[in-house]
Write a protein that binds this ligand. Structure first.
Ligand SMILES: [Zn+2]
Length: 111
């Protein structure tokens, strides 16, 4: 399940930076994709058509530069944001997969 959370982090970063979504990443369930879309919007800001990182305010970056920045510097931050959002999901929308993702992410954050 650790893999699943890593895939969700990568999916979110690719959404945020408009990089192509690999087929493997499309196996995520509906609730996970919803959460990823929300977090993707939070982590990028745009000023005069230029892209900046909302987590550390660095930039501007090219599309690929921003993708690499998130992958190298902010994987744990993105994971923490995803975890927050996953925990806020209403009970009835919580699938087994999401619950497992929360468990795995929590272990990762505390370790
Ligand atoms: Zn940053």
């Amino acid at each position: 399940m650790e893999m699943q959370m890593d895939l969700l982090v990568e999916y979110t970063i690719r959404l945020a930076t408009h990089m192509r979504i690999r087929d493997e990443l499309n196996n995520l369930d509906y609730a996970q994709k919803e959460v990823a879309e929300k977090v993707a919007k939070l982590i990028v800001s745009e000023k005069r058509g230029l892209k900046y990182c909302s987590i550390c305010a660095k930039g501007p970056y090219t599309k690929r530069g921003l993708y690499l920045h998130f992958m190298r510097v902010h994987k744990d931050d993105v994971k923490a944001l995803l975890l927050q959002e996953l925990e806020m999901l209403p009970r009835n929308e919580e699938s087994e997969t999401v619950k497992n993702s929360i468990e795995v992410a929590r272990e990762g954050v505390e370790a």
